[in-house]
Write a new protein. Structure first.
Length: 225
């Protein structure tokens, strides 16, 4: 979604009204709200929902449980994140080996974690993770995954390697694939140069993007065949 078309734009003051700290976090919070509002009404009552790489932030879990009355589960390979904060996971796990049976979930989502999957699971690829999600998702179930582009993590997202990213979601396995570009066209707001932060690991030997490239979020929503 272009910022100029987003309902969170305060055009008069040229600011984003979405909640959250940081440019991309504001965008992420609203895109999750916007997509959840469209996905959950299409699911059966009390759907089983899995968050892959849930971390410590409880915002999206609380939405699933309190607003959408979902049976929420979360997996994460770490017991603690960052400054010793406990994760909210219900089970320990990596995306290539999700500890649930086949065709178990109605909805699986991963917010800003796919770019790090191979960092926590060196023996497996992002493609392996997508295949494992396919295994535990019900037929016609929904998958939503988003990643930052031109920021950090796997080089295919730093460089926006479209062909490789597209090949992860094959038409023979997924349908109604919706490729959403959030904040790619950021005007009239300011660009996002979060990758310049000293807090961001910079594997720039892989990166081909220009000094003035703004970071944005790619969100993918699809259904299992």
């Amino acid at each position: 979604m272009k910022c100029v078309d987003c309902p969170m734009l305060d055009n008069k003051n040229k600011i984003c009204k979405s909640e959250g700290k940081g440019i991309l976090r504001k965008c992420l919070n609203f895109l999750v709200d916007w997509n959840f509002d469209r996905i959950f009404p299409k699911l059966e009552s009390n759907p089983k929902t899995l968050e892959v790489g849930c971390g410590w932030n409880s915002r999206y879990r609380d939405l699933c449980i309190n607003t959408y009355k979902s049976n929420w589960f979360g997996i994460d390979p770490q017991e603690r994140h960052g400054k010793g904060r406990s994760t909210i996971r219900t089970k320990s796990g990596v995306v290539s080996n999700i500890p649930f049976p086949e065709k178990y979930f109605d909805f699986v989502y991963a917010n800003q974690s796919m770019e790090h999957w191979e960092d926590f699971d060196f023996e497996h690829t992002i493609e392996d993770g997508i295949k494992e999600i396919y295994r535990i998702l019900k037929y016609n179930g929904y998958l939503m995954i988003n990643v930052p582009i031109h920021l950090h993590g796997n080089p295919i997202f730093i460089n926006y390697d479209w062909q490789t990213i597209r090949s992860l979601f094959l038409d023979e396995y997924w349908y109604n694939i919706d490729w959403q570009e959030w904040r790619k066209e950021y005007q009239p707001l300011e660009p996002c140069f979060s990758w310049k932060s000293s807090r961001v690991k910079k594997p720039y030997k892989y990166s081909q993007f220009l000094e003035n490239t703004s970071s944005w979020i790619l969100n993918i929503v699809c259904r299992k065949r």
